[in-house]
Design a protein around this ligand. Sequence first.
Ligand code: PLP
Length: 443
Amino acid sequence: MPSIDLQTPIPGPRSKQLAARRAQAVPRGVSQLTPVFVSRSQGAVIEDVDGNRFLDFAGGIGCLNAGHSNPGVVAALHAQADRFLHTCFMVTPYESYVRLAEKLNALAPGGTPKKTLLLNSGAEAVENAIKIARAFTRRPAVICFEDAFHGRTLLTLSLTSKTHPYKAGFEPFASDIYRVPYAYCHHCSYSLTYPECKLHCAAHLEDTFQRVVAAESVAAIIVEPVLGEGGFVVPPAGWLSAVAEICRKHGILLIADEVQTGFGRTGKMFAIEHEPLEPDLLLTAKSLGGGLPLAAVTGKAEIMDYTVPGALGGTFGGNPLACEAALAAIEAIENGGLCARAVQLGKLFRNRALSWRQRFPIRDVRGLGAMQACELADAESTKALVKYCYEHGLILVTAGTYGNVIRILMPLVVTDDQMHEALDVMAAGLTVATIDRAKVGVA
Ligand code: PLP
């Protein structure tokens, strides 16, 4: 039986009414990628307020690897809700924060003893990691990458690459931030000068230390092991290790931003595990909380312990409901074999997407595990495809600095039948979106 079930044209009448109220009450700066309002969700399916059922391949932008309303997460939340909701861990602590920190310390790659700080959002994790790195190294500068996304707060926006809609108009940004090219092979900046790839994009850091910022001024290099918002760009094997080696040589901390890549999405618990290296600080959020707002900085104990009591934290960081949800979500990912499942799902997508390349103007199919994407010719056809898809029961989100990438972030509990159903919609959408954009009402 298909999962998609549409009872009304999309959006339906109740969603339209809510959209009108939203327009009056919510600033337009908060985008709305899909015109339907949710009533309930389960697994990989969302039902809207008009009774329409959609397959959700956005997963709350990568927050639901363990599935919508994962039964273990929901049970843990009910049990915690009956006990207490909030005390502030800094005032009267509770066990679940400690248990989750122990779990993340054990999961983080590398043999060095670890400690974990809990926060509320990915941006907060990035902010705190930079604070910790600057305090520990007593150096000011941070190096980040082109096409990176690290959040929307002032410091994280300074580290984020894309100008429109994220940065333009919000200047001035934080100082001592330097941006270098990522290993984006499809748009390689070095291929003309160096036709043979010898990871020149990593070696280029040494040149940056000569021409832009002294190595001894750099506290940290922050990197997404696979670019998320930047378009699901997977660097070539060895690149992250080369960057890590350059960091080690110069006493620079390596911060792995796994906010989007973490918790099984790429086929391993953390994407950084695809290379034999140990980051100094590992940042997680999104799927960590199983649907609740939660983030973590997990790092080498010596670095994490450097700051004095009171220097780190926040009123709601590591809220007890979020901690219980996270423990249950991690258990679901581990016991449900969702890392291995991510590999299967990625192959399934890739096989279909590669066959589409023969018929449609798809520039690139790429990804790691279930973090897969297609780069299309332009933002217009990508928008048209997303519109066709939600009008036919599939929720998708775009990515890429140029808005021309379709990415999949479905819950990893999606079934094979649901995958094929979703990919059928995508294939039909490609026919319309890349050939006859007018038909789907996109100018
Ligand atoms: N870092 C990465 C890699 C992200 O993908 C995101 C969000 O998409 C963030 C940081 C910011 O996370 P949040 O939106 O929870 O602040």
